[in-house]
Design a protein around this ligand. Structure first.
Ligand code: MN
Length: 186
């Protein structure tokens, strides 16, 4: 966890400085309190997955950059990197990066696990972001702009993620799904 905390601290500070944002401005852009952002920058706090998503979205950056850094450019076929999973202390949700964000393709690929009853709400990502949810296990419920849909194991859904969306597990077994996110080139 210490490595993650340090990476996160450095990433947040670098990105904030790059934009010339004060802590207050960063708080405004992300919806995360100034105090919390300060703690993260000093590596004093392990943020929740929800907080980390807010930060990534507020900075218009891929999620995996904050936990793993960018993919190393390489044309060779590659195996997933089996990077350490990012877990909630209550184990309601877990995110593991399968393939970190690759600037050449604009994709990152995550494996998300939701415990029974878990809900993950997401603010709109930047314009043009597209998410794919490919369900491996369980039944995933996905809400896009207020409309819930159910996706069974083996099935998938693709949607425009520049609007409010949420993932939920109302079942009694864990839900696991691949989350393939495409960020538009700028
Ligand atoms: Mn999202």
């Amino acid at each position: 966890m210490d490595d993650l905390q340090n990476h996160l601290a450095q990433m947040l500070k670098t990105q904030r400085t790059l934009r010339g944002w004060s802590l207050s401005q960063a708080a405004e852009m992300t919806g995360v309190s100034k105090a919390m952002l300060g703690q993260i920058e000093r590596a004093e706090s392990s943020p929740t997955i929800a907080t980390l998503w807010k930060i990534a979205t507020g900075f218009n950056l891929p999620f995996s950059l904050f936990i793993n850094g960018p993919a190393t450019p390489d044309d060779a076929p590659r195996q997933p990197q089996h990077l350490p999973a990012f877990r909630q202390p209550n184990r309601a949700m877990q995110v593991q990066t399968l393939f970190p964000f690759d600037a050449a393709t604009g994709f990152e690929m995550l494996v998300i696990e939701l415990a029974p009853g878990a809900v993950s709400e997401s603010a709109p990502h930047e314009a043009g972001v597209i998410e794919h949810a490919i369900v491996i296990e369980g039944r995933l419920e996905l809400c896009v702009t207020g409309v819930w849909q159910s996706v069974a194991a083996g099935d998938a859904l693709r949607f425009q993620a520049d609007r409010p969306h949420a993932y939920r597990n109302s079942g009694e077994q864990p839900v696991r799904f691949y989350n393939l996110i495409h960020y538009p080139h700028r």
